[in-house]
Design a protein around this ligand. Structure first.
Ligand SMILES: [Zn+2]
Length: 363
């Protein structure tokens, strides 16, 4: 039967189990009706009960994994010298990537100095050493890709007083954080900023909220290198929740936007290598598969199946049960095609499907 509050809300006293419009609207629930058998469980209230039908083999969030899926391309990664803690990769034309095979940043050498883009704290203590392998010129500029501490929290390790450039939203967020490890930008911009130093150029542009407000595209036109952090993960599953995207529709648009830029090398800020257009298209294809699987699941999953009768008076529980079964369907639909194509697929597929249903219901 309907929760009493909702029964009153929709002005019906029907004893038949049906989903009130208010609940449909509140949770964006699918309208298919359920007639599955109620699962009887001896579990204590609130404890895990019997598994959902067709529960995926991939462990959901909160369940320990004995052994993760093997990585599909373990041999392709250039190693990091443990004594140095980083490796340097030439991107051409005086532009270099520094990475510890988990994080990525860049620096650009020009006739009088060096422009650094991001300073991940995981190796920022060695950034000056990495630059010194190439040049003894001083760091004159520092660009923040975005405000997150895991990408710029090593800024103070660079020393000196470089000109710090960021999008104005990044400036706002950093002012709020008031973190001495992330000094405030000295120059902010809204839409575009072109940094010309000697004969070198970096074009910074803002394409709206996807991962985080203020997250920018950094384009080196001469080198045909594009750096966009925390959006595309070449060869890998994105970090959970589409890389913690604050705006998932914006995130989908931004991945497509990245593909339209004529780069030859993409620096994504994470994982063990740079990316190509093929990597961007692969990720977009995966994302669209998750979206389509989730949309179908939202439309075809009956509400309330297998629930204890008493729990049907609890709209949060009804929604939780429905969303769980939508996510189960999404994982089952996407897994056969993608589990061997994206490294660490199993680690975050539940999170991607969960984030997708949330976005499709309410965005
Ligand atoms: Zn981030």
């Amino acid at each position: 039967m309907l929760p009493r509050v909702l029964r009153n809300l929709v002005g019906t006293s029907s004893m038949n189990y049906s989903i009130p419009r208010a609940l449909v609207i509140a949770f964006g629930l699918g309208l298919a009706s359920g007639n599955g058998a109620w699962a009887q469980s001896a579990a204590a209230p609130g404890a895990a009960g019997a598994a959902y039908q067709e529960m995926p083999a991939i462990a959901p969030i909160g369940v320990r994994v004995d052994r993760y899926l093997p990585l599909p391309h373990p041999a392709a990664v250039p190693p990091v010298d443990p004594a140095k803690g980083y490796r340097l990769q030439q991107l051409g034309g005086g532009l270099y990537m520094v990475t510890d095979n988990g994080y990525q940043s860049m620096f650009l050498v020009y006739d009088k100095g060096v422009v650094v883009v991001d300073a991940p704290p995981s190796y920022s203590a060695h950034l000056k050493q990495a630059i010194a392998e190439v040049t003894d010129r001083p760091i004159t500029h520092l660009i923040y890709s975005h405000a997150h501490i895991d990408h710029i929290g090593g800024a103070a390790d660079l020393g000196g007083h470089p000109i710090i450039i960021a999008q104005e939203e990044t400036g706002r967020l950093l002012a709020r954080s008031n973190d001495p490890k992330r000094p405030l930008p000295t120059v902010t911009f809204k839409d575009r900023y072109t940094l010309k130093v000697g004969s070198q150029v970096l074009e910074l542009s803002y394409h709206g909220v996807a991962h985080e407000p203020g997250n920018i595209f950094i384009w080196a036109p001469a080198q045909k290198v594009l750096m966009v952090v925390d959006v595309v993960f070449p060869g890998w599953m994105a970090w959970s929740g589409f890389a913690d995207a604050q705006d998932i529709p914006g995130y989908f648009e931004q991945v497509a936007e990245i593909d339209r830029i004529p780069f030859e090398t993409l620096v994504g800020g994470h994982v063990d290598r740079v990316g190509t257009h093929a990597d961007v298209r692969e990720q977009l294809a995966f994302m669209n598969d998750v979206k389509s699987a989730t949309r179908t699941a939202l439309q075809t999953t009956p509400v309330g199946v297998g629930m204890d009768a008493a729990d049907k008076a609890n709209p949060w529980a009804v929604a939780d049960n429905y969303i769980d079964r939508v996510v189960v369907k999404c994982v089952n639909t996407v897994t056969p095609k993608w589990q061997s194509r994206l490294a660490a697929y199993d680690v975050f597929i539940w999170s991607q499907c969960f984030a997708m249903q949330q976005s499709l219901r309410i965005d």
